[in-house]
Design a protein around this ligand. Sequence first.
Ligand code: GAP
Length: 476
Amino acid sequence: MGKNLDMEKLASLCKRRGFIFQSSEIYGGINGFWDYGPLGAELKRNVRNAWWTNVVQRRENVVGIDASIIMHPRVWEASGHLGGFADPMVDCRACKKRYKADGFCEEQGLKLIRTDGGFQLPAGVKCQACGSEELTEPRAFNLMFKTFVGPVQDDSAVAYLRPETAQGIFADYANVLATSRQKVPFGIAQVGKAFRNEINPKNYTFRSREFEQMELEFFVKPGTDKEWHDYWVAERMAWYESIGLPAASLGQDVYAKEDLAHYASACVDITYRFPFGVQELEGIAARGCFDLSRHQEFSGKSMEYFDQETNEKYIPHVVEPSAGVDRVALALLCEAYAEEWVQKGGEPGAASQTLPAEPGKMPPDGFEARAVMRFHPSMAPVKVAVFPLVKNKPELVARAREIFTALQQRWNCAWDMTGAIGRRYRRQDEIGTPLAVTVDFDTLENGTVTLRDRDTMLQERVPVAELAVTLDTKLA
Ligand code: GAP
């Protein structure tokens, strides 16, 4: 459904069915933090696994690491996060509301002014809450969460929760190079939590204060940056399509030269057409040798690479595709959600007529409404549901249970024996389960089950002996 989706509806389904909850909801929640329920946890696991399979497992020249979240504070001096990782913000002196200065100006059709030393508000901006023009000048606000390491809480014990996973990779670069027998060009990948004290968390999980990143630092020979950058943009676009985000909903935001950091030679954001606008899913930057050079400077340890083929020594340049697990999961949820009117009581095996639901209207006679999450099978939290046709025939339930247990060894399965079969199908449609297996009296007679497809709603008889092979094909 993508761009036409009502986010309230999606959030309500996500809460009702256990995809996403507000963090600490029983205490009134905490802004910018989210919990993933049983289905959300599976969805995120599918995103992470698909990324890891594509970026690490299937590439000989990429290896993965799992670095600590809290690192030596010098890392953040070297990376520039301690000095520069700040959003300018502005406070209303009258009502005390705080805004991110750039968005605050843009929403009023104005542009935040860059000055030599920082930022300045354009004339005429007002507090959007109370209308006051009594505003502070924009002030930098560091986005890193601070904490203390050890029992003494003084300046010498200050540490930070990492605001990106990338620096763990740069800090381990020399260790990985020494232990993995990789040669430039090669990559180091990592998936993990990152934390930013965002001034204005918004759009559901889109901008959170705790989130998860999937980052690759791909080290290349200086001068080959552009070809590797182009390569990774194409690879990453193809990956998004492979997990069910159609090309029509994806886009690329190519940075103009003047918008690039001074050390970067290119940057492309991969975007998705969310219901709240076209927004970034992933940034792919060609960052030159900035990061490794800075760590060499701050740590005093050499980051040089000796190229045995050419006898050259250099600090590798890096191309960095950096994606957010939560943003990809949110895009998948937005894309999957659909409401339809479907013909009631169609014959098994025959296609039911479906009409797109018209917002605010009742379905026509002979039709009923269904909400369906059309996840790509690889992303669906539950792959197969197994139902005994009735729950009061022990023989039938036992056979269904056997089939369920066998399928569970391979796939995430759901078991449901409550209510009419039609209602059970609807419950699975709503969470995006691609296939449902119904065990009935014929199963006991001839060893076949009904296999029902979420999208077409077609039902076919499949021998139990062929079930695993059939599911393998349909879930690929
Ligand atoms: N190492 C580069 C880096 O961190 P970034 O553009 O700041 O670059 C990369 O972040 C990705 O991390 C974004 O494209 C987005 O998917 C995700 N991300 C960043 N901030 C986020 C936030 N506050 N909430 C959710 N995801 C976020």
